[in-house]
Design a protein around this ligand. Structure first.
Ligand code: SF4
Length: 223
């Protein structure tokens, strides 16, 4: 049974956990800031937390970037093959363009849509990724040393076949206490799942959330 991942926690979950340990309320923001904005590689690196709390966090939650199974780089891209607890693997890509970085993330292992031009479409959809597994891709790409400014859901999988987890991820990306990204910097690329496009438009999210229905493949896939 894998440990609970830190990235599973919403701010309210972490606040409750901390409250049960009689920690001050501001600790939740402090820990989120270390995790999502300051790219601490471990709880031990969160140096302004009490030592005992760092130890308890370490004993309680899985944390940190994934260990890439393979990395291939060009001048503009770094493509990472990452593996999850059940051995399933996906690719995510850091793209460098005009002085800023973009994370291209996967939302599923394989894809049921089977677009003819896409390598991912040749594989059956084995499962959807959890929000934590998508968030971990961004954390892992940030751990390469340059923080990303944009996130595009153009890796493996049809994002709107994994609607709830994709929306949960986007909410974490734009949460000021977490990644704090501008909604303008997030693009969901879909093969055209029309009911989900309408649902997304009605989520009550900032207007600038974008949803694109033009296929634009990465090297292995891309909705
Ligand atoms: S382009 Fe996107 S939707 Fe089409 S098969 Fe590839 S991953 Fe799936």
């Amino acid at each position: 049974m894998p440990m609970t991942s830190f990235y599973d926690l919403e701010m309210t979950d972490l606040s409750e956990w901390l409250k049960a340990r009689k920690q001050p309320a501001y600790r939740a923001r402090q820990i989120f800031s270390w995790a999502y904005q300051r790219d601490a590689r471990s709880f031990a690196d969160m140096t302004d937390l009490p030592g005992a709390l760092r130890e308890e966090l370490t004993a309680s939650f899985a944390y940190g970037p994934l260990e890439p199974q393979a990395v291939s780089e060009t001048e503009e891209t770094a493509k990472l093959l990452v593996e999850f607890h059940d051995g399933k693997r996906v690719e995510c890509v850091r793209i460098s363009m005009d002085g800023s970085y973009t994370a291209c993330v996967s939302s599923q292992v394989g894809c049921a849509v089977k677009c003819a031009f896409c390598a991912t479409g040749q594989f059956k959809c084995e499962r959807s990724l959890t929000a934590t597994e998508i968030i971990q891709q961004v954390v892992t790409i940030n751990s390469l040393g340059e923080r990303v400014r944009n996130v595009v859901f153009m890796g493996m999988g049809e994002p709107f076949h994994n609607y709830a987890n994709v929306v949960k991820t986007v909410r974490r990306l734009i949460l000021p206490e977490a990644f704090g990204m501008s909604p303008r910097r997030i693009t969901i690329s879909t093969s055209g799942v029309v009911p989900a496009i309408h649902r997304y438009a009605d989520e009550g999210c900032p207007r600038s959330w974008r949803c694109r229905s033009t296929p634009a493949a990465t090297s292995s896939g891309g909705s």
